[in-house]
Design a protein. Structure first.
Length: 169
């Protein structure tokens, strides 16, 4: 089974992954893959650079997550509203100035979006974003259908990912 996650020229390789479904008694291989992606709970999100390894993991968990490219504007908003550091404190520009090479959130966002720094390289910044359930519900009220048939699961375009994240932040 192959999954097409190709990006067009000039498009970011950064993808947002949101766990949509929880499932008791799920296949242990899928559960392990979700743990490797750090998606332990429903409505948690992570940000990753799109690599062949991540593509393979997404192919395995496509029935439990929604994933797609994230816009730079929404990445900055996600970091501002839902970014956390050790001790469950908000990610602030003061923290960035003292503990990283970045002077503000905008430069951090640009560096992440352009692939100059990996999110996992940022010390003491939590890799998981805890989100609210989407205001107004999921697309067509279902979390069991893929995006192509009217649901929210699987690979989604950047417009839908932005809309979904706005509803959840």
């Amino acid at each position: 089974m192959s999954i097409n996650v190709e990006t067009q020229q000039g498009e970011s390789q950064l993808v947002a992954i949101i766990r949509i479904r929880g499932a008791p008694n799920m296949n242990h291989k899928i559960a392990d893959t979700l743990k490797m992606l750090r998606l332990h709970h429903v409505n948690h999100a992570t940000i990753y650079q799109l690599t062949p390894t991540i593509k393979g993991m997404l192919a395995k968990v496509k029935d439990y997550v929604s994933y797609g490219p994230i816009s730079e504007v929404l990445l900055e908003r996600l970091l501002l509203k839902r970014g956390r550091i050790r001790g469950d404190k908000l990610l602030t520009e003061e923290y960035l100035r003292k503990n990283t090479e970045f002077l503000d959130l905008k430069t951090l966002t640009k560096a992440l979006y352009n692939g100059k720094v990996k999110y996992s390289e940022l010390k003491d910044i939590k890799p998981v974003f805890r989100l609210h359930p989407p205001k107004g519900g999921h697309r067509h009220g279902t979390i069991k259908q893929p995006y192509t048939t009217g649901g929210s699961l699987g690979k989604v375009p950047v417009e839908f990912m932005d809309k979904l994240l706005k509803k959840m932040i």
